[in-house]
Write a protein that binds this ligand. Structure first.
Ligand code: GSH
Length: 231
């Protein structure tokens, strides 16, 4: 049995982490039986989630999980598309993981109003006397990462513009197709769903959410895949 380790469902999403949602959807697309375990970061081989247990094998990182499913279980995530289409899909995936991700982290951790109305709920299981200090420490770590990566050094106007360009690009590539590249899903659909669904979470007010909401085909895509895979 395959076991996928994640954080937990939250904010109307299958998981707090878009990378966990991506891995979850890859497993669903693979058709292989698997179970979810919400074990937190304890035991995570590289200190991050998701990670997968497959018998004695331990695989950290959502992209490595995909490669593992392809190499060890013969899963074909190409959807039968050609090399040009798959190159576009790979670029979209990495734009979402390395760019959209940080705009989302900014909305959750740097924005005071979102933090105090929603993000702070992630700490509800921490005993009360420690809750304030633990949430402060985790927030400080995310804000340091946002500073190092650069997203928090931009103005609100620039972040909004980046969010709009990003969502517009994905929306143009998706067009009116049911999946990113056509009539059948490919591996990149797991990433597109995970990151656009996360951006659309109603719990966080942000220019990222506004930019996603401004693209009706992205909103419809997320609703469709949610109904098909996470109903
Ligand atoms: N490249 C990794 C990224 C995973 C990742 O960044 N996970 C975050 C949650 S979204 C995490 O576990 N962070 C915990 C930490 O940094 O302490 C993947 O694709 O799985």
């Amino acid at each position: 049995m395959l076991t996928l380790h994640g954080f937990s469902p939250a904010f109307g999403l299958p998981d707090v982490s878009p990378f966990v949602i991506k891995a979850q959807l890859l497993l669903k697309l693979s058709g292989l039986p698997f179970e979810m375990r919400y074990s937190g970061l304890k035991g995570a081989p590289n200190g991050k989630l998701p990670w997968l247990e497959d018998g004695a094998a331990v695989i950290a990182d959502s992209t490595r999980i995909r490669w593992h499913l392809e190499q060890q279980h013969g899963v074909d995530f190409s959807g039968g598309y050609d090399a040009n289409a798959l190159a576009v899909a790979w670029a979209v995936e990495k734009m979402l993981e390395d760019h959209c991700y940080w705009l989302g982290v900014y909305a959750r951790w740097a924005d005071d109003s979102n933090f105090s109305s929603s993000t702070v709920k992630l700490f509800r299981k921490v005993p009360l006397p420690l809750r304030g200090v633990v949430s402060w420490m985790v927030r400080r770590r995310f804000n340091a990462a946002l500073h190092a990566q650069g997203t928090s050094r931009l103005s609100d106007v620039d972040r909004a513009r980046l969010a709009q360009e990003l969502m517009r690009s994905v929306a143009v590539i998706l067009g009116d197709k049911p999946y990113l590249l056509g009539d059948t899903p490919c591996g990149a659909d797991a990433t597109v769903f995970a990151f656009i669904a996360t951006a659309l979470s109603p719990n966080f007010t942000s220019s990222l959410r506004d930019a996603a909401q401004a693209q009706p085909n992205l909103v419809a895509y997320v609703a469709r895949l949610r109904e098909m895979y996470f109903a």
